[in-house]
Ligand binder design. Structure first.
Ligand code: PMP
Ligand code: GLN
Length: 392
């Protein structure tokens, strides 16, 4: 009888989790009318030739379920690009899966491989979707901060500390290079160092490479896909959101060797089953007819980075131009000693420019007086934002 009188209890599985900082800051920017340089999304539309192809499929029968792993034309194009840019031959049928944005790819990958009690290494600042997914799988996150050289504003990977954090229980290391928010990228030497660290262990790698095509100053993206030893134990997740100026389409993909892709698909098929058909068909058509689309992206965003940095040259912010991504980190230490979270909110309200604090992505704050600003905006918006920031 007692059990009949019991009230349902919401015994939260993630009791300490707040709403994502991106939702919080975008909402604040929206309600205060501030320029939203917080959440990372472009202020411009995808190429017209792309939206025309999506429209074509919306009006020509492309509206029913796509195959569970993704439409074959899109998987083929992803495979061709992977061969051309990362020199890795992947099997179109068994080693690439189209997913609902990188977020679903990351979530499905984590659920597929992490068991209760497994340890998962994250590099701080760590994108906010990783740890909740690890915890829902029963895993335990171990945080390894990037190394910050304060005078140069450089954030580098502390491979020694990462190695020291590994135990027999380490199941997965999650990496994100090009790195959001710092723009840090990996070199070929970094890949070899990582291979030395994981060699002989059962540890898998999950590489979030959503900024793979936004990398500056003539540098190349060193995907884990390039490295024969790393490839065997890697799931590499990426997104068309950043690349095609279409973050709202939530179109991503996961590349992994066949045995790992098979496990990934077991989760993917019951997380979402398949991804929006007209979007996949439209993107496949567009990339088929514009195979060099990717090649102009670095220059496109490098011009925006340079403009934003030049406009801030006489401000009181200290910074080093980002090496990748569409984010610029600015050190406000000469302006105020306020903490980054309250300052980001206050400046959204009072200065009219939204930004993202770095400390929220860290288990233990170490990023000091730094905020992240998104420069994927039209030049007029960047000029207005810089004008406001220069007054601070
Ligand atoms: N990882 C990182 C590092 C990101 O910055 C983002 C946001 N764009 C994502 C994953 C999520 O990508 P998507 O919007 O395709 O889910
Ligand atoms: N990846 C985007 C950023 O870093 C935000 C994505 C989201 O809002 N969840 O700003």
């Amino acid at each position: 009888l007692d059990s009949l009188q019991m009230k349902p209890s919401i015994d939260s599985k993630l009791p300490d989790l707040d709403t994502s900082i991106f939702a919080v800051m975008s909402h604040l920017a929206h309600t205060t009318g501030a320029l939203n340089l917080a959440q990372g999304f472009p202020s411009f539309d995808p190429p017209q030739a792309l939206t025309e192809r999506v429209h074509h499929h919306l009006t020509h029968g492309g509206n029913q379920y796509a195959p569970m792993p993704g439409v074959s034309g899109l998987r083929r194009i992803i495979a061709e690009k992977t061969r051309r840019l990362q020199h890795r031959d992947i099997n179109v049928d068994t080693e690439v899966t189209v997913c609902t944005g990188a977020t679903e790819g990351l979530f499905s990958a984590i659920q597929a491989v992490v068991r209760p009690g497994d340890e998962v290494i994250l590099v701080d600042p760590a994108y906010d979707s990783y740890e909740p997914a690890v915890r829902l799988a029963g895993g335990v996150a171990r945080h390894v901060p990037l190394k910050l050289v304060d005078d140069t504003h450089d954030f580098t990977v502390d491979w020694q500390r990462l190695q020291d954090t590994m135990t027999a229980a380490t199941r997965l290391i999650i990496l994100n290079f090009p790195h959001n928010p710092t723009g840090t990228i990996l070199s070929a030497v970094d890949l070899d160092t990582l291979a030395d660290i994981v060699r002989g262990s059962g540890c898998l790698l999950l590489s979030d490479e959503v900024y793979e095509h936004i990398i500056f100053d003539g540098q190349a993206h060193m995907s884990l896909l390039r490295h024969d030893e790393l490839w065997e134990r890697s799931l590499v997740v990426s997104s068309f959101g950043k690349t095609l100026h279409a973050t709202g389409w939530k179109l991503g993909y996961c590349i992994a060797p066949e045995p790992l892709s098979a496990e990934f698909r077991k989760v993917h098929q019951f997380t979402t089953f398949s991804v929006s058909t007209p979007m996949q068909l439209g993107v496949a058509d567009f990339l088929q007819s514009h195979p060099d689309y990717y090649d102009q992206l670095p220059a496109f965003y490098e011009q925006k980075r340079d403009l934003f940095c030049e406009l801030l040259a006489d401000s009181r912010f200290r910074f080093k131009p980002a090496q990748s991504t569409f984010f610029q980190v600015l050190d406000y230490g000469e302006i105020t000693d306020e903490d980054d979270l309250s300052l980001a909110k206050r400046w959204t309200r009072e200065a009219g420019v939204g930004s993202i604090p770095l400390s929220v992505f860290c288990e233990q704050a170490f990023t000091g007086s730094r905020l992240r600003f998104c420069f994927a905006k039209d030049d007029a918006t960047l000029e207005q934002a810089a004008d406001k920031l220069c007054r601070l």
